[in-house]
Design a protein around this ligand. Structure first.
Ligand code: 5GP
Length: 187
């Protein structure tokens, strides 16, 4: 039987990955959907754990073969998407799928699965806070931070189209809020 889909979207650096990881450690029936992407792994990232790292050619071939539930060019020349095989695998285990995708991808998934999905927007307290987080993470070049901030400002205008908004002001409060949202959704 098909399980449910729990979609988390947020501007890059808003802290959604921390929230998603926390939820997965708390709820055994939740399983993270590993996306495919065409960017190179960052230091410490592992293929099949963080992403399925595909070459741009392989990614394009799989688009042609209709292997994606949803895919997108998230940044110019960089493709990200969810493979049907991933969702199937998780549902077949009787688990619910958790997505950590960008805002457009999140809304596309919600539209595609209107009856069994919940879309949550993780809101950074402010753009300045977001910039500080990205700088602290230290994984992005200055140019990449600029791109991400620009995209974040645009993405925040879509928050109200989501089913729930969690403001990530204080991590403990955000965790508690997220746990409540999930409990209500999967019961
Ligand atoms: P990063 O390069 O920082 O890992 O991810 C960049 C952006 O791509 C993030 O906003 C992330 O949520 C988004 N992303 C990751 N996987 C997917 C996916 O499968 N589909 C879509 N649409 N976006 C994704």
């Amino acid at each position: 039987m098909d399980g449910k889909l729990l979609i988390f979207s947020a501007p890059s650096g808003a802290g959604k990955t921390t929230i998603v990881k926390h939820l997965i450690s708390v709820f055994p029936s939740l399983e993270f959907s590993i996306s495919a992407c065409s960017r190179k792994p960052r230091n410490g990232e592992v293929n099949g754990v963080d992403y399925y790292f595909l070459t741009p050619e392989d990614f394009r071939q799989r688009i042609e073969n209709n292997e994606f539930v949803e895919w997108e060019e998230v940044y110019p020349g960089l493709y990200y998407g969810t493979l049907w095989s991933e969702v199937r695998k998780i549902w077949d285990k009787g688990h619910h799928v958790v997505f950590d995708v960008d805002v457009k991808g999140g809304l596309n998934l919600k539209k595609k699965f209107p009856n069994n999905s919940l879309a949550v927007f993780v809101m950074p307290p402010s753009i300045d806070d977001l910039k500080q987080r990205l700088l602290k993470r230290g994984t992005e070049s200055e140019e990449s931070i600029g791109t991400r901030i620009g995209k974040a400002e645009h993405e925040m205008t879509f928050a109200k189209q989501f089913d729930k908004i969690i403001v990530n002001n204080q991590v403990e409060t955000a965790f508690a809020e997220a746990e409540k949202v999930v409990t209500d959704f999967i019961k």
